[in-house]
Design a protein around this ligand. Structure first.
Ligand code: RFL
Ligand code: PHB
Length: 389
């Protein structure tokens, strides 16, 4: 089997890249370890930057997103001293779009099917070979048979645990990591959201987030211990914890109900440098992870896809390798800015077990400053809605 760009991983990065390349007549094959149902069963991101929405439109897959998503012109930040509204529209005349990663992924799979592009699911033992040459290839096993995919380029879009990053020689790779001493317990419930916009809450009892997917489907999170398991958290325990952490008015109008999904995500900041080796290019979670507090994971995956897509267009249409050679540096410049923002939001809003009384006072002062200071709000809003590509 041969293709131009072999894409490892059928998550949002791989699918979006595949669709953008298809529009330019560049052939791709996607190799995915899981079944499609498994990929579509994962509940993850919900807040999209304008850049990602633009890429979905560019790829010709934005129609349902345009119809069914919700524009948010601001967000609420609550803390023990009060609650303030960060008004994106008034501050910077921008917005974010609320649309689930699951739906976005489904739109991309359906577009890929319509174009009859090859996506191979349940591929085991994916191994990247000869990436330092102009003729790389990927070996894998599907339906018990060993297979080989030859290509010009490999796009490593296989998430944090995939094999692509590991294919960069260990001596040539640097990894930067910060692991946080807590996780997020998230639930999905078929109840109306507690507010029209998101509420991020720093409370004495720990962080909480009220989010949503649509007017009948809410997504809520509470900070939990890393040693907790979802089984430790009955729905009642979850709702009680949430009510204690969000503003009183919101707690009073919160509609509770049975959870239809409940999971715990550890929080981590991680960057691999470089994001390219030979003919291998990493995109999204394969190269970096952010704690979800700034809603930046999927959005940063999208900016990588944008840079790689542009570089591949120049490579195939003009035989110009400049974009490919500078891909890692270009992508990393934006990656580190979203790392900074995600780390800042995490530090601002969570209860850290090792926080001294001094640290706590500084955290509260930072929130009070944000509540009062327009310049600080503008900077926060600019980062939250998404820095330019
Ligand atoms: P993914 O989605 O992990 O997809 C990688 C794909 O690669 C496959 N794979 C392999 N395929 C072949 N062979 C192998 N050996 C393979 N190993 C793995 C996997 O099965 C998978 O299908 O990475 P991608 O495409 O880079 O997308 C990244 C995003 O999924 C991620 O950054 C976001 O979900 C992060 N995130 C959020 N991002 C936002 O921008 N806004 C948000 O509001 C937001 N909220 C979140 C989040 C992540 C969360 N969790 C669970 C970590 C909320 C949560 C709770
Ligand atoms: C979500 O809706 O899942 C969500 C929203 C905002 C975040 C993280 C997750 O910062």
């Amino acid at each position: 089997m041969r293709t131009q760009v072999a894409i490892i991983g059928g998550g949002p990065s791989g699918l979006l890249l595949g669709q953008l390349l298809h529009k330019a007549g560049i052939d791709t094959v996607i190799l995915e370890r899981q079944s499609r149902a498994h990929v579509l069963g994962r509940i993850r991101a919900g807040v999209l930057e304008a850049g990602l929405v633009g890429l979905m439109n560019e790829a010709g897959v934005g129609a349902r997103l345009q119809r069914e998503s919700f524009l948010h012109h601001g967000t609420n930040i609550a803390y023990p001293g009060g609650v303030f509204h960060l008004d994106f529209k008034e501050l910077i005349d921008q917005h974010v779009t609320v649309y689930g990663q699951t739906e976005l992924t489904r739109d991309l799979y359906e577009a890929r099917d319509r174009s009859e592009l090859l996506t191979l699911h349940e591929c085991d033992g994916v191994t990247l070979c000869d990436i330092e040459t102009k003729n790389p290839f990927v070996e894998f096993v599907q339906d018990g048979k060993s297979k080989r995919l030859d290509c010009d380029i490999i796009a490593g879009c296989d998430g944090f645990h995939g094999p692509s990053r590991q294919a960069i020689p260990k001596a040539k790779r640097r990894e930067f990591e910060k692991v946080y001493p807590f996780g997020w317990l998230g639930i999905l419930s078929e109840t109306p959201p507690v507010d029209d916009e998101l509420i991020y809450a720093n409370s004495d009892k720990g962080f909480a987030l009220c989010s949503m997917r649509n007017p009948a489907l809410s997504r809520y999170y509470v900070q939990c211990d890393l040693s907790d398991s979802p089984d430790d958290w009955s729905d009642d325990r979850f709702w009680d914890a949430l009510k204690q952490r969000i503003p009183k008015a919101a707690a009073e109008r919160l509609v509770t109900g049975p959870s239809i999904e409940k999971s715990i995500a550890p929080l981590r900041s991680f960057v691999c440098e470089p994001m390219q080796w030979g003919r291998l290019f990493l995109c999204g979670d394969a190269a970096h992870i952010v704690p979800p507090t700034g809603a930046k994971g999927l959005n940063t995956a999208a900016s990588d896809v944008h840079y790689l897509w542009q570089a591949l267009l120049a490579f195939y249409e003009e035989h110009d390798e400049t974009g490919l050679n500078t891909y890692s540096d270009t992508a990393l410049r934006r990656v580190w800015k979203t790392q900074r923002f995600s780390w800042y939001m995490t530090r601002l809003l969570h209860h850290f077990p090792d926080l001294s009384e001094f640290d706590l006072k500084v955290q509260r002062a930072e929130l009070a400053h944000l509540a009062e200071n327009r310049a600080a709000q503008v900077a926060l809003a600019q980062n939250y809605v998404g820095l330019p590509y």
